[in-house]
Design a protein around this ligand. Structure first.
Ligand code: 1HE
Length: 264
């Protein structure tokens, strides 16, 4: 039976003959896909319950914006302890996105702000259209990031840019945002989802151990001292190349039956 998300503010569909791409849609357009607690928990649960046919996921948003961040309506009455647990709940959910079963491609348009940018930064590839803009309004709301943004966003754009955005309210448009590193792909307005799906179909065809290594080993190697990183890399490389699928793929190339690398 198909898993049903626990919040009606998020939808889960599948693409492909073998349901190899999960398509996750934030569907709270009237509130600009602001992330309430139920939605965050539903996202966590989706990534814990993806069927084994799925090899990649796309996440996108309904309406004119990807996501307006934290639902500010839920912020009002929390004390310090509740605030900490709330942030930890976001961490657990976005950890399932980043370190879940499959690579996740975010299709970005309109506002990608606050917690919306934190969600996007937990994904593995970001595709933005020309309408996208990036901001961290937490600074002007008197709060701080709480969804892992202080860990993940500097890895995309650097500590200096994030500090500037939070201190001054600076907003990056789509072009400047791509140049800064928020997105890896910039496409014409209205085309982010199509491009993200195309990439997801491609990613889902990779050997599962390659995708696993990229999601789970690469970011950890990047955090390790070089001598430990080299060892982790060697172990991961040995495991990946020992898989029968790797041997078949290499043989196919040597037999002239696999694609060559071509200039784009
Ligand atoms: C919301 C939210 C929200 C919209 N929480 N309700 N995030 C922010 O500070 C961003 C706040 N939002 C905005 O700046 C704008 O809404 C947008 C630029 C995203 C979109 O503007 P627009 O003109 O298309 O929409 P709108 O008219 O501002 O909003 C439509 C409705 O959505 C409106 O409610 P309505 O009942 O009056 O129709 C808004 O109140 C509602 N809405 N954004 C609640 N964020 C883990 S920590 C993360 C910390 C953060 O993310 S802080 C940053 C929060």
């Amino acid at each position: 039976m198909t898993y049903k998300p626990t919040s009606t503010d998020v939808q889960l569909d599948f693409h492909g003959d073998n349901r190899e791409v999960a398509v996750i849609r934030l569907s709270r357009g009237a509130k600009r896909n602001a992330l309430n607690d139920a939605l965050i928990l539903a996202l966590r649960d989706i990534f814990e319950n993806l069927p084994s046919t799925v090899g990649a996921a796309v996440i996108h948003g309904e309406g004119a914006h990807f996501c307006a961040g934290l639902d500010l309506g839920e912020l009002q009455e929390r004390d310090a302890g509740q605030g900490m647990h709330h942030s930890r709940m976001w961490h657990a959910a976005l950890e399932r996105v980043q370190y879940g079963p499959v690579p996740v491609i975010a299709a970005l348009h309109g506002a990608v702000v606050g917690g919306g940018l934190e969600l996007a930064s937990a994904c593995h590839i970001r595709v933005a259209d020309e309408s996208a803009f990036y901001a961290l309004p937490e600074g002007s709301r008197g709060i701080f990031v709480g969804g892992g943004g202080s860990v993940r966003i500097p890895k995309l754009v650097g500590v200096a840019r994030m500090t500037d955005m939070m201190l001054t309210g600076r907003v990056y448009n789509a072009q400047d945002g791509e140049r800064a590193g928020f997105a890896q792909y910039l496409v014409p307005e209205g085309e982010a989802f199509t491009k993200a799906l195309e990439l997801a179909v491609r990613v889902a065809q990779n050997a599962p151990l390659t995708n696993y290594a990229l999601m789970h080993a690469l970011p950890r190697i990047a955090e390790q001292p070089a001598d430990q990183g080299y060892l982790t890399e060697a172990l991961m490389a040995a495991i990946a190349q020992s898989a029968p699928e790797a041997k078949q793929r290499v043989k196919a190339f040597l037999d002239g039956k696999a694609n060559k690398v071509a200039k784009s």
